[in-house]
Write a protein that binds this ligand. Structure first.
Ligand SMILES: [Zn+2]
Length: 183
């Protein structure tokens, strides 16, 4: 019976909720795209390394500064002003870097470039930390959803709704690593 039960279960790729073939749209978010592979729907616990707040992977960016986390780097790149970048980079935690990023001299084109900047920063993390690259590849073809509780439907998914740009970036990087080989 358990085998036949599993045949009828899949997961919503929008919100990560379990779903039965017997039902139509997802009960949680109303979308109708599903996967047989269980998604990662929270970047916590064993998947914390996917989070921008993950503190075990400092990166050096093209501006020559070393950032403790991808969050530090992202917040600093909101401005072209190097003194402000250094101030953000010096913050002791990613949460403080995020708050500091609200007070920088914002570059004019930020809204147009922020997704590609995030992609470059997250890519740097996985190309320079081989242990994390291996862990990313080990997620296989699981859909990566930055499910969050802090009302961010842009980078992630909040209460089933969102564009999940961070998850999309991570899946794109994983896909490129698979195409180009993991060495
Ligand atoms: Zn759903």
């Amino acid at each position: 019976m358990s085998d036949s039960f599993e045949m009828y279960v899949d997961w919503c790729v929008q919100c990560g909720a379990e779903h039965s073939y017997m039902n139509g749209d997802c009960d949680t978010c109303g979308q109708n795209t599903f996967s047989k592979t269980k998604p990662v729907n929270s970047f916590t616990g064993e998947y914390e390394f996917l989070s921008n707040f993950y503190e075990g992977a400092p990166i050096e960016m093209f501006d020559g500064l070393v950032y403790k986390t991808t969050e530090h780097a992202y917040q600093a790149h909101k401005t072209h002003n190097m003194e402000e970048r250094k101030r953000v980079a010096a913050m002791s935690t990613p949460g403080k870097a995020k708050r500091a990023g609200k007070h920088v001299w914002l570059r004019d084109d930020w809204e147009d470039v922020k997704i590609s900047i995030m992609e470059g920063i997250v890519q740097k993390k996985f190309l320079t930390h081989f242990d994390l690259k291996d862990k990313l590849l080990a997620t296989g073809n699981a859909h990566l959803i930055e499910g969050n509780t802090w009302n961010d439907p842009f980078w992630g998914v909040y209460k089933g709704q969102g564009t999940n740009h961070l998850g999309q970036i991570l899946m794109k990087i994983r896909n490129n690593l698979n195409i180009n080989g993991s060495d």
